[in-house]
Design a protein around this ligand. Structure first.
Ligand SMILES: O=C(O)c1cc(C(=O)O)c2c(n1)C(=O)C(=O)c1cc(C(=O)O)[nH]c1-2
Ligand SMILES: [Ca+2]
Length: 568
């Protein structure tokens, strides 16, 4: 079975992929180079696997590969075990989902985690299931939270010291963001850590310290339904023994209801720890540090984006994270302290920049959607046009880091939105936004933009523009390659140094999955899930219309070099 060693060294053991992120630092870098910039043009499919038609929408999964088996999740909370040599199905697990689940943004699942002989994944009804990896039989099941109150689950779990660590989804329903740790073998809860000020966690069944000071940054009772879903899962920095989770939008979206509309000297409208990154002690669940990317959040800029440990050009231990709000941040791994930030998308309207001393945004106050209370009829507040759109300069799709080039490869989108606020009150299990919006392109020729960013300068070294919004994960390799997918159906390979497109393959549906690579019997393989969906077709407005011609469908594609070229 999969050991702690396997998990800790996943980034360097090239014969398997046993963690989300190809290593818990989520660098998504493989040192493999048999497939490289000179020969990638010859890469061909080895096999393809269909996930079926009826029960298939967006497929954002990252496959795992272990002991001759590929494990990949499909939409509607299914898990497939596939013979990695032949592409034949070994077993499949189909979670029977109840009526009335409330996922905000398509029926997606981003992948599983393996520990020992147990493979664990989360289902849309906010549950976790552990299966025997060889048979698919259920070993344990547990509930993360109540789906009827708007909780759901879409991320890949993380394994640290035998614990399975998970977040939650439901920020659009006024849930409370939380991180939970369970014994991976049994599912027994060890600790829980809510991430909104005022809430208590638990440690070994007992109440544990309150998260922050009650009511310090929230008015009245709003902290009780404050959002901040930890919906993308987290990374693990082994050097500092820290779990790093991002937290989503504060709820409701309407910032005036959270005391966040106007600047407050005492920070009382910051709404901690929503739209933040938090560093957590994996043994106890205590929050060690936080950095809030968007205090006084008012545009749905969830702060969930992956936080990647890396070393800068002087060897300093840093984190990098590209936020939905359009800024690329470098933080200190000691304490999450602010180091630098620079915009990675063009024409950002809501902030002029990030203050170099405080790390706080320098807001353009007049680009905040207006207070409905000021509207003549008490209805809709002032409409503003904001960039990025609420779907973000970057959404969930993970970037990659290459220690060879030192660059980060960021799947970004250049778009804006009309956004306004409306009155709203909390009702359990109902959408809790108090905002309306229409997403619009800002450039004629593209929305998607894959950018190579130098974390030492914040500068974009190269850019690849794509018509439709990019929604797939990125991977980099020792073969000087960067891989990502497009909604138009292609898996593409680029030169990591120049951005030149070197190879593409049409998978038959939009690619919003996360590529992986591994070495099998001396040959390098590349795999990606295909299947158009996610938030864009649901919430993209004009942009959704623009891409409505795209075909749905779910499959996994596996590629390699033709045998003649790949034999060593
Ligand atoms: O606040 C939340 O709990 C939450 C959850 C999710 C999710 O679980 O997929 C998304 C979002 N928010 C969100 O704001 C968003 O734009 C989004 C896009 C997607 C996707 O998979 O395409 N999920 C989510
Ligand atoms: Ca959200």
């Amino acid at each position: 079975g999969v050991t702690e060693e396997d998990i800790a060294n996943d980034a360097t053991i090239t014969s398997q992929v046993v963690t989300n992120g190809m290593g818990r630092h989520l660098q998504r870098y493989s040192p493999l180079k048999s497939i490289n910039k000179d020969n990638v043009k010859h890469m061909v499919p080895a096999w393809s696997f269909s996930m079926g038609g009826e029960k298939q929408r967006g497929n954002e999964a990252q496959p795992l590969v272990y002991d001759g088996v590929m494990y990949v999740t499909g939409s509607y909370s299914r898990l497939f075990a596939i013979d990695v040599k032949t592409g034949e199905e070994l077993w499949q697990y189909n979670a029977r989902l109840p009526e009335g689940i409330l996922p905000c943004c398509d029926v997606v699942n981003r992948g599983a985690a393996i520990y020992g002989d147990t493979i664990i994944f989360g289902t849309l009804d906010a549950r976790l299931v552990g299966l025997n990896r060889k048979t698919g039989d259920v070993v344990w099941k547990d509930k993360i939270a109540n789906y009827k109150a708007g909780y759901s689950y879409t991320a890949a779990p993380l394994i640290v010291n035998g614990l399975v660590i998970t977040g939650n989804s439901g920020g659009e329903f006024g849930i409370v963001g939380e991180v939970q740790a369970r014994k991976a073998e049994t599912g027994e809860v060890v600790w829980t850590r809510p991430v909104i000020e005022g809430h208590m966690g638990t440690l070994n069944g007992k109440e544990s310290t309150m998260t922050g000071k009650l009511n310090a940054t929230w008015p009245g009772d709003l902290w009780k339904t404050g959002g901040g879903a930890t919906w993308l899962g987290g990374s693990y920095d082994a050097d500092t023994d820290t779990l790093v989770f991002g937290t989503g939008n504060p709820a409701p979206w309407n910032s005036w209801l959270r005391n966040a509309g106007e600047p407050k000297e005492d920070g009382s409208g910051d709404n901690l720890y929503a739209a933040s990154r938090v560093g957590i002690d994996p043994a106890t669940g205590e929050i060690k540090w936080h950095y809030q990317t968007t205090p006084r959040e008012g545009w749905d800029f969830d702060g969930v984006n992956e936080v990647i440990p890396f070393a800068d050009k002087d060897g300093n231990k840093r984190y990098a994270t590209a936020d939905r709000n359009g800024f690329f941040y470098v933080l200190d791994r000691k304490d999450g302290g602010f180091v630098s930030a620079s915009p990675f998308v063009k024409n950002i309207t809501w902030a002029k920049g990030i203050d170099e001393k405080t790390g706080r945004p320098i807001y353009n106050e007049d680009n905040r959607p207006g207070n409905p209370a000021d509207a003549a009829d008490g209805g809709k507040g002032k409409v503003v046009f904001s960039v990025p759109s609420f779907l973000g300069g970057k959404n969930w799709m993970p970037m990659a880091h290459s220690p060879d080039t030192g660059l980060f490869y960021v799947p970004s989108n250049e778009w804006g939105m009309d956004i306004w606020n409306e009155p709203v009150s909390y009702k359990e299990g109902a959408a809790y936004l108090g905002s309306g919006f229409t997403i619009k392109p800002i450039f004629e020729d593209y929305i998607g933009s894959l950018k190579a960013i130098d974390p030492n300068t914040g500068k974009t070294v190269w850019e690849y523009k794509n018509d439709a919004p990019l929604w797939a994960g990125v991977m980099s390799t020792g073969g000087d390659l960067v891989f990502t997918g497009t909604p138009e159906g292609y898996l593409k390979a680029f030169d990591a140094k120049t951005g030149e497109e070197l190879w593409k393959f049409q998978t038959g549906s939009g690619v919003v999955g996360q590529p992986i690579t591994w070495d099998q019997d001396g040959e390098q393989y590349v795999a990606v899930a295909s299947g158009w969906g996610g938030a864009v077709p649901l919430w993209g407005g004009e942009v959704a219309k623009k891409v409505s011609y795209l075909n749905q469908g779910g499959s996994v594609w596996v590629f390699k070099l033709p045998t003649m070229l790949s034999s060593k």
